[in-house]
Design a protein around this ligand. Structure first.
Ligand SMILES: [Zn+2]
Ligand SMILES: [Zn+2]
Length: 341
């Protein structure tokens, strides 16, 4: 099978990209696994964090990709309830132990033995992949393969951030950063919390215009003053500057949710300027979002069907994966990037 592999941690710069097209033997599913013929795989900013070593793969070379839609080609001997030919998705959670206190308490996303698709096990930048059957999802018919792929990460983790934010219908939501996840969060928030105004803080004018087009009541630069303070801000940027600005824009008792697997170090020195009275006093909170649970994915897919939520998608071929990653890094094309395989 054809696959794009990452052989080592490298800076993602220049114009060629770090992934190499290779021919690999077909993977075989274990007893509790399914073999999936990949139709579409979303490209995520987290892959850049893997490539550049902020969340390095535990497996090298590795096939990246954790927003996978495909058709079951073969089931392991112990798999029940899934048959060859059915459409399934694989998300960031590849497996968790299932027996620790966190797993039993509904926090399998925080399990010590959490394994991530395309980081700790091979993912979907390939013609085929193997996944534990219990960690695959039925994909509702209303979605195309490419339209469903971004729902599995950008959408699902966006949904988890919204859940953790505790937003109530009518309270003010701020979004700082406006990439693939934030644009789905905005649409989700408009649907789940129709009385909540959404303010978007984004650097580029085109992102601000896009946000207004999708229903943001106001959009401005990262450091601009919103028309009123926010009850909740969700940060999806890789930088620190937006964190400080977001804390300033929170109401007393407000909560900042950081939805980023890692922050880049370039401007971390700014955090030395944090001022307790200005940024944290009055019971302001900061909470990170780590990974996702299977329940997040399932709940979110159900909501996405009732909307229905169709992400704006930019298509690439498998061989163009490097280009897709570079386009994300340089925010060249808005919306979600998907490899059609
Ligand atoms: Zn992702
Ligand atoms: Zn566990």
């Amino acid at each position: 099978m054809k696959a794009m592999i990452l052989e080592g941690v490298v800076p993602l710069d220049g114009s060629s990209g770090p992934l190499r097209l290779v021919d690999l033997p077909m993977p075989k599913p274990g007893p509790d696994e399914v073999l999936i013929r990949v139709h579409a795989c979303g490209v995520c900013h987290t892959e850049i964090d893997e490539i550049e070593g902020r969340t390095p793969p535990s497996l090298l070379p590795v096939i990246l990709g954790h927003q996978v839609i495909g058709e079951v080609a073969e089931c392991g001997t112990g798999v029940t309830g899934i048959s060859p030919g059915s459409r399934r998705g694989v998300a960031w959670i590849y497996s968790a132990c299932g027996s620790c206190a966190l797993c039993r308490g509904g926090f399998e996303n925080l399990c010590r033995n959490f394994r991530a698709t395309g980081r700790d096990a091979h993912g979907g930048y390939a013609e085929y992949m193997v996944a534990p059957a219990a960690f695959t999802y039925k994909i509702p018919d209303v979605f195309s393969d490419a339209g469903a792929a971004p729902l599995l990460c950008a959408g699902s983790i966006g949904y988890r951030s919204l859940k953790l934010s505790g937003l109530k219908n009518g309270s003010v939501l701020g979004l700082t950063g406006f990439g693939a996840s934030a644009h789905l969060v905005l649409r989700l928030a408009r649907f789940l919390y129709p009385r909540s105004p959404v303010f978007v803080f984004a650097r580029s004018r085109s992102e601000q215009d896009f946000a207004r087009m999708l229903g943001a009541e106001w959009a401005g630069d990262t450091d601009a003053l919103s028309p009123e303070p926010c009850d909740v801000v969700i940060d999806t940027t890789p930088a620190w500057k937006p964190v400080l600005f977001a804390l300033e824009r929170l109401r007393p008792g407000g909560r900042l949710i950081i939805n980023a697997i890692r922050k880049e170090a370039a401007d971390s020195v700014l955090m030395a300027g944090i001022n307790f009275e200005h940024h944290l006093w009055m019971e302001k909170e900061i909470k990170s979002v780590a990974n996702i649970t299977r329940a997040d994915v399932r709940e979110f897919l159900e909501i996405a069907v009732s909307m229905p939520l169709k992400p704006d998608v930019q298509l690439y071929t498998l061989e163009e994966a490097n280009q897709a990653l570079l386009d994300i890094k340089h925010s060249r094309i808005r919306g979600a990037k998907v490899l059609q395989i």
